[in-house]
Design a protein around this ligand. Structure first.
Ligand SMILES: CCCCCCCC/C=C\CCCCCCCC(=O)N[C@@H](CC(C)C)C(=O)O
Ligand SMILES: [Zn+2]
Ligand SMILES: [Zn+2]
Length: 522
């Protein structure tokens, strides 16, 4: 073949390759565009014909408002702090017990309600249903709070429950006395109105959630297991209604946690011979450990976006974003790698992308002129749904890559199972319906809870655990969680009561409706 003949052949092959590539790209974009226009996973059962339950409605009058706010404020003023794994405020927990009995006299005296103390300070309520064949469900909340100190910069003392511009300030106002008081206040109102549930339910109030729930939630689970109880679903704290928190999202979103990330606390330690600081070795225990810690920070865990429930979250929210995010989120089959790079830029969304690594303790040194024999650091990892404690530990050892650094697992558990969110998932659909009835402008989406809750101890009692409370989180509110100026608006606290009031009644529905065939559904 002549030189010009072979050039022509190469040119023809190149032409074929380029046109095939163009056709493939065009085809992919056409599929992506069709999916962007048709994806509206938020439709579902909302349009279906729901079984009638004759729900009672709750209209709160002036006197009730004063009383419910006074109750809530009193709950906040009792400092039920869990200080450490071994230090809880038992005096405050006993006071809280007395307070509950005074604030909710109907709950504690009703023949429909059986109450017992578990693990000395936790509370377990059983509300009897009229139809015992209906499988019961369970609502969880916790009594204890994390420590708070006014000197950290609180606008009002953290146990004052002071009301400023329509907000009640105090430790526990969003974590988690709002849920606890909201549930019991709703039950008090329901019982006062003569309500008797068809479906029985439990309420569990743990006293040590902030220190792992080992005596509270775990003992409640033990008691229920001994009685052979199985639950239709469990609902606990966790995610909330985010309003203006997710950049680019139009309107508020109620994220319902289908799972929780796993957790591992890993200790890194370096031991060397101690000595005089005037004759230092080339590397000290502190230097070796600091290098190990820096390696962990410089080498984040792999991106796993799309291998857990977080992909579903963005597909459900996609239609509430504008172009190009709407296009990207509607087509995660194509754009997952791109979206994970966008999300990892901010800590709050990075938590959805991977197992996160946080160095939370660093201890070393005894005296200014002594080479320390021991340096220790603790790393707290929150494990993505697609990884396990064991895998994470292996990656840490590889990344540190230094035999002088001892790596030990102190405490850990794998990510929690993923609960259902489809049209047959009773708990999810009832929570979603209750949210949308009360807040019609909200978009409901399944999600992953990046923190841990007492509900993780309930996995042997049900496959369906949901982490959600109808607290509204606006910009700046995430920082109040375990931070300073924790607060809730009086309006939102009332909404929470109405939410639980409606939720309990909606759970009397015996069977979910058949899915409505809608043009929005795929
Ligand atoms: C794409 C961005 C979405 C942003 C939405 C994020 C909304 C986050 C809302 C709340 C934060 C999650 C908090 C979950 C509850 C955590 C309770 C807690 O602190 N638990 C302890 C348990 C531990 C075993 C003591 C924990 O450290 O996780
Ligand atoms: Zn909490
Ligand atoms: Zn907490």
């Amino acid at each position: 073949m002549t030189e010009s003949g072979s050039k022509l052949r190469i040119f023809k092959i190149l032409k074929i390759i380029i046109s095939s590539l163009l056709i493939t790209v065009l085809l992919l974009f056409t599929i992506a565009a069709i999916r962007t226009l048709s994806l509206d996973v938020n439709a579902g059962l909302q349009l279906a014909h729901w079984e009638k339950t004759n729900n009672k409605s709750l209209v709160i009058d002036h006197h009730q408002r004063e009383e419910l706010l006074a109750n809530f404020k009193e709950a906040i003023r009792i400092p039920t702090v869990s200080f450490s794994n071994t230090e809880i405020n038992t005096t405050a927990l006993l006071e809280f017990d007395r307070f509950l009995r005074k604030a909710f006299p109907t709950v504690f005296s009703s023949s429909l309600v059986h109450h017992e103390l578990v693990g000395n300070y936790s509370h377990l309520f059983w509300v009897k249903g009229s139809q015992p064949e209906l499988v019961p469900y369970m609502l969880l909340a916790h009594i204890d709070v994390v420590p708070a100190s006014e000197s950290d910069g609180w606008e009002a003392p953290p146990f004052s429950a002071k009301e400023i511009d329509g907000f009640i300030y105090g430790r526990g106002t969003i974590d988690d006395k709002n849920s606890l008081m909201g549930i019991l206040q709703a039950l008090e109102y329901l019982l006062l109105k003569g309500y008797a549930p068809r479906r029985g339910f439990y309420i569990g109030l743990g006293h040590d959630e902030e220190i792992n729930g080992l005596n509270g939630a775990m003992n409640i689970v033990r008691v229920l297991k001994q009685r052979g109880v199985q639950l239709l679903f469990v609902m606990d704290e966790g995610l909330t209604i985010s309003d203006g928190i997710i950049p680019g999202l139009e309107g508020p979103a109620a994220l319902i946690g289908l799972s929780e990330k796993g957790q591992a606390t890993v200790k890194l330690s370096v031991s060397v011979a101690p000595g005089h600081s005037s004759m230092p070795p080339r590397e000290t225990s502190i230097g070796i450990l600091a290098t190990a810690v820096k390696r962990l920070e410089d080498n984040p865990m792999p991106r796993l976006f799309g291998y857990g429930p977080e992909g579903d979250t963005f597909e459900h929210l996609a239609h509430k974003f504008s172009f190009p995010l709407k296009f990207i989120m509607s087509n995660l089959w194509l754009f997952s790698p791109l979206l994970s790079r966008i999300l990892e830029r901010k800590p709050v969304s990075n938590a959805f992308v991977r197992t996160t690594t946080a160095v939370t303790f660093f201890n070393a040194g005894v005296k200014i002129n002594v080479i320390p024999s021991l340096a220790e650091a603790y790393v707290n990892l929150r494990i993505h749904s697609a990884q396990s404690v064991e895998e994470v530990l292996d990656i840490i050892k590889d990344t540190v890559g230094d035999q002088r650094v001892k790596v030990e697992l102190v405490y850990g558990f794998d990510p929690l199972p993923i609960s259902g969110a489809d049209e047959k998932a009773f708990g999810f659909q009832i929570i979603k319906k209750t949210v949308l009835d009360l807040f019609p402008t909200v978009t409901v989406a399944p999600a992953i809870c990046v923190g841990n809750t007492d509900s993780r101890h309930f996995i042997d009692l049900t496959k369906n655990i949901y982490r959600f409370s109808p607290a509204w989180f606006k910009p700046g509110d995430l920082e109040r969680f375990h931070g300073i100026n924790e607060r809730i608006s009086t309006k939102n606290y009332e909404e929470m009561i109405v939410f639980y009031f409606n939720l309990i009644q909606n759970c009397d529905i015996r069977k979910l409706p058949e899915p409505h065939s809608s043009v929005h559904e795929l």
